[in-house]
Write a protein that binds this ligand. Structure first.
Ligand code: SAH
Length: 266
């Protein structure tokens, strides 16, 4: 900290960030697209559905919260589409719940946990759980200088070298788009993004969290092999339950590692 001519101390952004990062993490918000992906974690951490949720009465978003060890944990799911009754997957609901959760709960850390397609050419197998190093979009092609990069929207996840080492987690880049299939255009962009896993929410969650400078980590369990020979939706549905169980185990280890630590310890 340096003193200026008026005798006031000037706190640099770095000092401030340092102070924030040295405070013990206390509030964690999970953003999870499908309630099926979240249920084991809700049970494990004994979270309770918040019937007085801070969200507007019109939305379908569901909030579960509770204390686990020293952590105040919330899980937010976008809930069922009010017309079709299916999970509100994809970037639009994910952005909205991330925004509202940050405003309402001011988390120290966001964790986007869920399932993803994996590329065997990049080393992914069914039921692997990846911690994501960076995110980008693969279906926002804008061939105008400057806007092209905006469309790709590459952002780094919060770096967690100690967590990765301690838990021996696989690390890979994530590519996000609003479709579950992969037409040739998307394939090209995913290759350019150097992605190992592909989902429908991650880059949107990080986009919003980045606005508010909320550190975000992403954990993705592989339900289907995109460059394999099985139809994606069939493989996804077949593996969903088992992969959700693997994801829950990894989340449990990650939370136990985070408990009592500061951001800079991760
Ligand atoms: N039919 C399913 C919905 C699946 S949507 C149902 O309603 O039960 C797919 C969800 O899993 C999204 O939240 C997405 O993030 C993730 N996902 C899993 N495999 C994926 C893939 N190959 N491509 C894109 N998203 C995938």
């Amino acid at each position: 900290m340096a003193a200026n001519g008026d005798g006031f101390s000037e706190v640099s952004m770095e000092d401030l960030m340092g102070q924030v990062e040295k405070r013990q993490i206390s509030t964690i918000v999970f953003i999870i697209a499908m309630q099926k992906e979240a249920q084991l974690m809700i049970n494990r951490f004994r979270l309770v559905k918040d019937i007085n949720s801070p969200f507007p009465k019109e939305v379908t978003w569901v909030l579960f919260n509770g204390m686990y060890k020293d952590l105040n944990i919330s899980i937010v799911c976008p809930g069922k589409d009010s017309t079709l009754g299916v999970d509100s997957v994809g970037t639009v609901p994910a952005s909205l719940v991330t925004y509202a959760s940050i405003v309402a709960m001011k988390p120290d850390l966001i964790i986007n946990a869920g399932t993803a397609g994996g590329f065997k050419a990049k080393g992914a197998s069914i039921a692997d759980v990846y911690i994501v190093s960076s995110v980008a979009f693969h279906d926002r092609r804008i061939p105008v200088p400057g806007l092209d990069l905006y469309g790709v929207g590459m952002r780094k996840a919060f770096p967690t070298p100690n967590l990765i080492k301690d838990l021996n987690l696989k690390v890979g880049r994530l590519s996000t788009g609003d479709s579950m299939d992969m037409p040739p255009h998307d394939k090209e962009s995913i290759t350019a993004n150097d992605a190992t896993v592909k989902d429908m929410e991650g880059a949107a969650v990080v986009y919003v969290a980045d606005i508010f400078k909320v550190p975000t980590i992403l954990l993705k369990g592989v339900t289907d092999i995109v460059d394999g020979n099985r139809p994606t939706s069939e493989e996804f549905l077949e593996n969903l339950a088992a992969v959700t169980a693997k994801l829950d185990e990894s989340v449990a280890k990650v939370i136990d590692f985070i408990n009592g630590k500061c951001l800079s310890d991760l």
